[in-house]
Design a protein around this ligand. Structure first.
Ligand code: SF4
Ligand code: SF4
Ligand code: SF4
Length: 182
């Protein structure tokens, strides 16, 4: 297990990006490379800082307040009466916890939501709110990590497919021009 793996194992895996990195894994790699301090993760808060300090033999630090504060676990809730089915909340969700298709009402699968809040800002009609989880069990960090990795694989594949489609269209558009000049 690499140092980055050990650090990643201590991070909460909400994938919220509040640390300034694209997720827990990039932040763990920055810490391992001595490029980031250990106090940047609000969801992990004091407990995560203490665990990182122990692992890395570094002094503990207070949480960086610029990144937010520690708080209770939250879950995203969509007001389905107001949802216009624009699908803008789907790509930002790092664990694919929102289901819905274009022009259809969307909904959050509460048991998969990490509470990262990344879906809130993109919604053009402000129909997503963050609410206390109540009795809803939280997904484990291991499950969040696996879903985040699967999300990234799917996103990368989609980007490749779109690039290939675009290249094929350009090729087709050029072909008649070549035929005319032949
Ligand atoms: S939980 Fe959020 S702030 Fe903490 S390491 Fe992961 S992405 Fe960064
Ligand atoms: S539904 Fe929203 S808050 Fe929940 S994991 Fe997805 S983006 Fe984050
Ligand atoms: S961004 Fe808002 S309006 Fe658009 S699909 Fe998501 S919840 Fe519905």
């Amino acid at each position: 297990m690499s140092l980055a793996d050990k650090i990643d194992a201590l991070l909460p895996q909400t994938q919220c990006t509040r640390c300034g990195y694209d997720g827990c894994r990039p932040y763990s790699e920055a810490i391992a490379g001595n490029q980031a301090p250990i106090n940047q993760c609000p969801p992990g808060g004091a407990a995560t800082i203490a665990a990182l300090a122990q692992l890395l033999h570094r002094p503990t630090l207070p949480l960086n307040p610029d990144n937010g504060v520690e708080g209770p676990a939250l879950v995203a809730v969509i007001d389905e009466e107001r949802c216009i089915g624009c699908i803008k909340c789907l790509p930002p969700c790092p664990v694919d916890a929102i289901v819905g298709s274009r022009k259809q009402t969307h909904t959050v699968i509460a048991g998969m939501c990490t509470g990262c809040e990344l879906c809130v800002a993109p919604c053009p009609v402000d129909c997503i709110t963050m609410e206390p989880r109540g009795g809803e069990p939280e997904p484990t960090p291991e499950i969040n990590r696996a879903r985040y990795n699967a999300h990234n694989v799917r996103q990368a594949r989609r980007t490749q497919e779109q690039a290939a489609l675009l290249a094929a269209r350009k090729q087709t558009a050029r072909a008649p021009a070549r035929e005319k000049t032949a």
